[in-house]
Design a binder for this molecule. Structure first.
Ligand SMILES: *Cc1c(COP(=O)(O)O)cnc(C)c1O
Length: 472
């Protein structure tokens, strides 16, 4: 289980090169800008990469959300959209795909992951409840708190340590979970939110053994488990590679077993499912299903489309099947590791081991001269854009938001800048360009100044906050 974890796929197969199990059928031109143009664009965007126009971006690593390239089969599926308001044939395809690959009984479609989080939170949480989770995710925690719960991080300590090489850094700490149950009482915990992989920890996986152990513990108290299954297939590859007893199992088998330790899941189809929009809530709990299916018509749309077009549901059903192809998944995660290996060779600091969907640069190590209140991770994202037009995003103090009670910043231990790799979109040469630009930014680190926030939105501030460069 403790195999070395940062290595290229080439090394794994004895120095033979590997490549993606697909070829390119259609191309989309990219814009190359000058440094002056980028400086202007960055100022107009208030030093927030979310506020840049995509046409001013060269390589877009803002997110892997909804940025996947669809396959020819998915595009063909788009032509088979049944755009009936009720009972679209594509919904039944999607429902069957979810039941087959994830194993849950009841499915409620939503426009994307946060729609499902809203439904689950409203249906399951009562004012004064407590929801434990492995680290947190912005929209997930927002909906839990909005429904009246207090969120508790019960991830293992290693997840907060950028140097720890733990193979399953996303695991839940059973002692922390037990302590919370003792403290607040099981009846105040509607469910444990188990995210796989853990986005905010660097795309770190959760082991099968941990899922099983959390199931055993919570079953004693009648507490449910809901997965944030957004990258559960990526998680399955880590289990296949690193956990004893799983190297001969298929990704589909691993996924089914993992989901069997939960009562349901929320899903952002924009990640694992290889589509540009869509999501779902699934559950084995008939009562919760009835409630969510009732709420979906208020927030999303009828229960057989939930905010998606018929064609979107068809593309997602096909994407689910493609996502469990092991050659695809190896190339997906292999590309992220390729970039990680390059950065490692040049001593550029980032979170290890490399996770499933992104490289998380350690902005504190880039800029030790900057206080956290000077937004080191936001600064690094701005510097990278300025150097080469590559768009990254902040995952640090800005993303963490403010404490609802004290009004002060949440101050996460991790101050990270995320380079998220879209699925099936960029080439190895693009990864080289990214690494070379980061090297230049790293070499200029000592003279880099921080930022101050000049506009702060009330909710999920990282999306729309504006900054200015601190005077020199
Ligand atoms: C993207 C994401 C979500 C939210 O999904 P959307 O489709 O963006 O609404 C929830 N959890 C995790 C871990 C995510 O990465």
């Amino acid at each position: 289980m403790n195999q070395p974890v940062s290595r290229t796929m080439g090394q794994q197969f004895g120095r033979r090169s590997w490549a993606e199990p697909w070829k390119i059928k259609m191309v989309e031109p990219l814009t190359v800008t000058t440094r002056e143009e980028r400086q202007k664009a960055l100022e107009e965007a208030g030093y927030n990469t979310f506020l840049l126009r995509s046409e001013d971006v060269y390589i877009d690593l803002l997110t892997d959300s909804g940025t996947s390239a669809m396959s020819d089969r998915q595009w063909a599926g788009m032509m088979l959209g049944d755009e009936a308001y009720a009972g679209s044939r594509n919904f039944y395809h999607l429902e069957t795909a979810i039941q087959t690959y994830y194993g849950y009984k009841y499915v409620v479609p939503t426009h994307q992951g946060r729609g499902a989080e809203n439904l689950l939170s409203q249906a399951a949480i009562r004012l004064g409840d407590h929801v434990p989770g492995n680290m947190y995710f912005t929209t997930t925690r927002f909906h839990q708190e909005h429904a009246g719960a207090t969120f508790h991080d019960v991830i293992i300590d290693e997840a907060h340590d950028t140097a720890s090489l733990h193979p399953f850094k996303g695991n839940i700490d059973l002692d922390k979970l037990q302590r919370l149950i003792d403290q607040v009482g099981a009846d105040k915990i509607p469910y444990v939110c188990l995210a796989v992989t853990v986005n905010m920890a660097g795309g770190q996986p959760v082991s099968m053994a941990n899922a099983r152990a959390v199931r055993e513990l919570t079953a004693r108290y009648g507490i449910k488990i809901y997965l944030d299954a957004t990258r559960a297939v990526e998680n399955a590859l880590f289990i296949q590679e690193r956990e004893e007893g799983y190297s001969d199992k298929s990704l589909a088998e691993i996924l089914r077993e993992f989901c069997s330790y939960s009562d349901g899941a929320t899903m952002s189809g924009k990640k694992d499912h290889l589509v540009n929009i869509g999501g779902w809530l699934a559950t084995n709990d008939r009562e919760l299903f009835e409630e969510a299916r009732n709420l979906v018509v208020v927030y999303e749309g009828l229960h057989t489309y939930g905010g998606m077009a018929g064609r979107d549901m068809e593309a997602m059903a096909i994407g689910i099947e493609e996502s469990v192809n092991v050659d695809y998944m190896r190339s997906r995660i292999g590309q992220v590791r390729y970039l990680g290996d390059l950065l490692d060779q040049w001593g550029i600091p980032f979170m290890k081991p490399v996770g499933g969907h992104a490289i998380f640069l350690d902005a504190r190590a880039f800029y030790p001269q900057l206080e956290q209140d000077q937004f080191p991770a936001q600064t690094l994202a701005a510097e990278l854009y300025l150097d080469s037009g590559i768009r990254a995003m902040e995952r640090g103090i800005v993303s963490a938001g403010r404490d609802q009670v004290t009004g002060d910043h949440h101050r996460p231990k991790l101050e990270l800048t995320r380079l998220t790799i879209p699925r099936r979109v960029y080439t190895q040469a693009h990864m080289d360009v990214v690494a070379e630009s980061l090297k230049a930014v790293y070499e200029a680190r000592e003279s880099t100044r921080g930022l101050r926030m000049v506009y702060e939105p009330k909710y999920l501030r990282f999306f729309q906050a504006r900054f200015e460069r601190l005077p020199g």
